[in-house]
Design a protein around this ligand. Structure first.
Ligand SMILES: [Zn+2]
Length: 451
């Protein structure tokens, strides 16, 4: 800061700073923000630096904003309405009828509920999956509430038991996505981006999957889908195509460094090798996988093979919370069953939720660490919660001890979006009331669609 006279926009001081650039590094220090970017990350708290807003982080842990590489904010109104089912029934009897019954108002209410939960829980960046329609409303909610979001409408032009309102014409589906991407990719100063999102192999004709891959590559957009979440799904793909799921996705263009596949549970060693060789990303969603009894992805084996891995909560109807803390705690404990107590330590898991998550989404250099020059996406975690005390390795305190309720302040793109646990960008009461009211309207329409 020597010789620097310009007043900063925000200074966060006196906290335990974890930049997440080097494993194990933390120090008492200061983070300074100007024009949306981090300009200062330094040990020490001596001289007060002039700034427009000051956040005293005494007793707190200061981290990069968390990254979730697989969520569905549009499903948030279906929370607590689709419990105790396996994946394919969960889709046919609940999720598809719900998505078919959403109108634009319902999409907005769901997106705002999901984004408010994510932001107040410290998640500042998501890769998000939409439904087939009204996807502008999701981007509008993300723009207003202030989250960093990569998102896309989903695609589906076939499938057994799909609610009629969701089945799309193949070419129209692709044209809608292209129009959305042209409108939203790079919007809000680059905070919003587009990702092409075919739902999964069983929901899309080969022409649609190939069209999605071609569309994304032509524009330089990410691709996202679901893969190998459930044994019945994998068997159905083999029956329909004569190929393993990952082999089929590879054949239609849905592998590569720009592809993020959620789950990756039921994989052969050859499929894991193919994911690694192509640079395809896997998003590990342990909370949703346990609830739907889908299985446990062998994340230590994926990582050892060189597959880039990130974390995500998936959707509210299959989790039922969008908390990165829940996913981190599960990721840090589940894999001990197969690999022993050292399978995934707290620093490794915290890296997946920050730096590695950002890298998986090609957002390294933008977010995921605390370094001068990066966009200012920062989380302040209150260290005074009972389960964070009395002391210990800061990564262990966060991964094993903290919950979303311990998140006190959140900055995204240099804007304070949560302060003292309250969302600043829209009245929380309005979001809550709208969610309850919109769910009532959607439920009434769902009764006519559920098979
Ligand atoms: Zn999902």
């Amino acid at each position: 800061m020597s010789g620097e006279t310009t007043v900063l926009d925000i200074v966060i001081h006196s906290g335990t700073v974890m930049p997440m650039t080097d494993r194990g590094e933390s120090f008492e220090g200061i983070v300074g923000i100007r024009d949306g970017r981090i300009v200062l990350v330094e040990p020490g708290c001596e001289d007060p630096i002039p700034s427009r807003e000051t956040i005293d982080a005494s007793g707190c842990i200061v981290l990069p904003g968390f990254v979730q590489a697989h969520v569905h904010v549009v499903q948030s109104l279906l929370r607590h309405q689709a419990d105790d089912m396996a994946l394919l029934d969960w889709l046919r009897l609940r999720t598809w009828p719900y998505e078919a019954s959403l109108d634009g108002d319902g999409v907005q209410a769901a997106a705002e509920l999901g984004i408010a939960e994510l932001l107040t829980g410290g998640t500042t960046t998501v890769l998000d999956f939409g439904t087939t329609h009204d996807h502008d409303r999701v981007f509008e909610a993300a723009e207003a509430l202030g989250i960093r979001m990569i998102s896309g409408k989903t695609h589906m032009d076939m499938g057994e038991g799909v609610s009629p309102g969701l089945l799309e014409d193949t070419e129209r589906s692709l044209a809608d996505a292209e129009a959305l991407g042209k409108r939203w990719h790079g919007a809000a100063g680059g905070r919003l981006r587009y990702a092409v999102a075919p739902r999964f192999a069983l929901s899309c004709t080969r022409r649609l999957l190939e069209g999605c891959a071609e569309l994304a590559r032509r524009h330089g957009w990410l691709l996202q889908s679901h893969a190998s979440e459930n044994r019945d799904e994998v068997a159905a793909v083999r029956e329909a195509t004569g190929m393993g799921n990952i082999d089929y996705l590879d054949a239609v263009g849905l592998t590569g460094e720009e592809v993020v596949l959620a789950h990756g549970i039921h994989l052969s060693p050859e499929e894991t090798g193919r994911l690694a060789a192509t640079g395809t990303r896997i998003c590990h969603c342990p909370g949703a996988n346990l609830k739907l009894a889908s299985g446990i992805a062998d994340v230590p084996a994926l990582m050892a093979a060189g597959v880039p891995v990130a974390l995500g909560a998936d959707g509210a109807p299959c989790n039922n919370r969008l908390s990165i803390f829940q996913e981190m705690a599960l990721a840090a404990t589940l894999h001990t069953l197969r690999h022993g107590p050292e399978a995934m330590d707290a620093w490794t898991v915290l890296d997946l939720a920050t730096r590695a998550g950002a890298r998986a989404l090609h957002l390294d250099g933008v977010t995921g660490t605390l370094e001068p020059g990066l966009r200012a996406d920062i989380v302040v975690i209150d260290g005074s919660g009972w389960s964070l005390l009395p002391a210990g390795d800061p990564a262990a305190r966060v991964v094993y001890g903290a919950t979303a309720a311990d998140v006190r302040d959140v900055v995204v793109d240099g804007r304070v979006v949560v302060r003292e646990r309250r969302l600043r960008t829209k009245a929380p009461e309005t979001i809550r009331d709208h969610a309850v009211e919109a769910w009532r309207a959607v439920r009434a329409r769902m009764e006519e669609v559920i098979p």
